[in-house]
Design a protein around this ligand. Sequence first.
Ligand code: SAM
Length: 207
Amino acid sequence: MANPWLSVPLADYEGHMSSAEVQQSGALSDLFGEALAFRRPESVAVLGIAGGNGLDHIEANVTKRVVGLDVNPRYLDAVRQRYSRLPGLELYCVDLAETVVHLPPVQLVHAALAFEHAGVGRCLESALSLVAPGGALSAVVQLPSELEEPVGPSRFPFIQNLKSHFSLIDRTWLCKTLEERRFRPTYQARRSLPAGKGFWMGIFAQA
Ligand SMILES: C[S@@+](CC[C@H](N)C(=O)[O-])C[C@H]1O[C@@H](n2cnc3c(N)ncnc32)[C@H](O)[C@@H]1O
């Protein structure tokens, strides 16, 4: 079965994420900014980069290599157009659920709502193998809501196609798994969202 993200126009995705009832774009962008400010990485990789949300936070004199990965080539085209000014921009079209990527590693790997969609098998392996010695992984996961399903109602019909491809990630499991892989927690942050939802970000440094 084709990945449902291939059928979601970027305008619909971004319209949904920034709508008043969802308000996730701004929160995700802020959290990426926080991770960049905390680590000040020379190089960063973003798994599931979509249209480049949050790349505005990159300081070109600090972060000189920016790697973006996504399954949707049209999203990557948009990132290329919007952020051609970024130094060392590398974009790769890859299905992270299927392929473990082998690229020169980076100081910070940022995975925000990536594991929910691409799973914690090969995608997590890619995330960990992309972290350079002394580097870190920042993971943003969606917290469960008692009020609404993980993929809530939307006036953008394509969003409903994603429901079957979304699994909440157990934060406790993630922390334990990363600890076993010798990544220690160094920072955490939360954001509340409408409909009782929320995001949690953990930054894990390679021990
Ligand atoms: C919820 S969005 C990510 C949000 C973004 N990281 C942010 O901070 O705003 C999920 C992204 O992951 C991508 N994606 C979904 N499944 C994927 C897969 N199997 N491999 C690679 N990218 C995938 C989608 O195309 C989409 O761009």
